[in-house]
Design a protein around this ligand. Structure first.
Ligand code: NAD
Length: 364
């Protein structure tokens, strides 16, 4: 059975399975007194060594079953999305709490299986969605909550995918993404667009109807004509509360954006009855404008001093994770059921694109 919560009087014992690219942002946030990293699992010994140097007392293994024989309280699942279903289910069945990277799963069947096991053991299933902790988006959320802009009426979001700037990502991190894209779950709409749907759900609640219009662009037509990106794409949807949303995902492969992490230009602009509030960047540094700007009644207000780099979001997410397991009054910001609703909306958008018509998002 999972460790009874809350955990108090000692650090949370954490194991991690999957030590690839995203661990570069997740694992540094675990070097804190409330967490003891006791196990590191990856099929690749080089990745075990890389993180074993940071957490020298942790077990290193390529065998998940060995990690699951430790006395960890929580297991972080950072393996490729297509493996989430099998790995998370195995971890839950072994009696651990779980934190899993977004998207919760590649299919509703996988997500439902996880939720059923978590429900049976009473485990906490927390989906790691750093965008909900990104300080400029938290500021935007707070502005809307304050009522200063009146009731929200709509949101415009944009992802511009660039091929230049940011960190060097190993080819292996792309391989499973292109494999996963073969059945329509592309890197830009499914893997990245998940973040934007999660933001929308967090701000405005459930999505009732959605339309996806998903395009395709060859990445390197001369040498690999069969490798395509799922853009230009547009998603349009409506929330239960009437707020309408547009997400444009555009390829701009020759555009340079400065970034120490993932690159690309992302914007989120919410219009209310009295004005708008806009988040000007998320992954990349963008152009040098304040990360959040608000307009109301002929005046603008800018937020210049927010912590607005990706590690700030991951640090805040880790702090909330600690609170989730230590404070009985704190629940996951993105729990399994909510993540399941986001996945349902996203998969409905893919289906609507294939059918060429907007669709109602199914409900349980
Ligand atoms: N929050 C974000 O902004 C963000 C960004 C990137 C990726 N992600 C998510 O993080 C997850 C991982 O993505 P990534 O880019 O780090 O992938 P990656 O390919 O870089 O790393 C995956 C790692 O998992 C290991 N692995 C695979 N199967 C395993 C198994 N059965 N047991 C042990 N180790 C195994 C691989 O050896 C590899 O080191 C995905 O779900 C992805 O969507 C989130």
């Amino acid at each position: 059975m999972p460790t009874p919560l809350p955990i108090s009087g000692r650090p949370i014992r954490l194991g991690v399975v999957g030590l690839g690219q995203i661990s570069e942002l997740v694992l540094p946030t675990y070097a804190r007194p409330e967490i003891e990293v006791i196990g590191l699992c990856d099929l690749d010994p080089a990745r075990q060594q890389r993180w074993g140097r940071v957490f020298p007392n942790a077990l290193r293994t390529a065998d998940l079953a060995e990690l699951l024989r430790t006395d960890a309280d929580v297991i972080d699942v950072l393996v490729p999305t297509p493996a989430h279903g099998a790995v998370v289910t195995q971890v839950l069945e072994a009696g651990f709490h779980v934190q899993v990277q977004k998207p919760i799963a590649r299919s509703l069947e996988d997500a439902d299986a996880m939720l059923a096991v978590a429900g049976g053991t009473g485990a906490t299933l927390r989906v790691l969605e750093d965008y909900l902790f990104y300080p400029p988006l938290v500021q935007l959320h707070d502005v809307l909550e304050s009522g200063e802009l009146g009731p929200p009426t709509g949101v415009h979001m944009k992802i511009v995918n660039t091929g230049r700037g940011g960190w060097d990502i190993p080819e292996s991190s792309f391989r499973w993404q292109f494999e996963q894209a073969r059945d329509g779950r592309g890197m830009l709409v499914f893997d990245h667009g998940w973040h934007q749907l999660a933001i929308a759900h967090w701000l405005f609640g459930p999505i009732r109807r959605i339309f996806g219009w998903i395009g395709s662009t060859q990445v390197a037509p001369d040498i690999a004509p069969d490798i395509t990106l799922d853009a230009p794409s547009t998603l349009v949807w409506e929330h239960d509360n009437g707020v309408r949303a547009t997400l444009d995902i555009l390829p701009a492969p020759d555009t340079y954006f400065r970034s120490d992490y993932y690159t690309g230009d992302e914007r989120v602009e919410v219009t209310g009855t009295h004005g708008f509030v806009r988040c000007n960047r998320i992954s990349a540094r963008g152009i040098q404008e304040p990360s959040v700007v608000l307009y109301r009644d002929g005046e603008t207000r800018s937020f210049h001093a927010l912590d607005d780099a990706p590690p700030d979001a991951f640090a805040a997410s880790a702090a909330h994770g600690v609170a989730t397991f230590r404070d009985p009054d704190v629940a996951p910001l993105l729990d399994g059921d909510t993540a399941g609703a986001i996945l349902t909306a996203l998969l409905t958008a893919l289906e609507s694109s294939a059918r060429g018509q907007p669709l109602d998002v199914p409900r349980d």
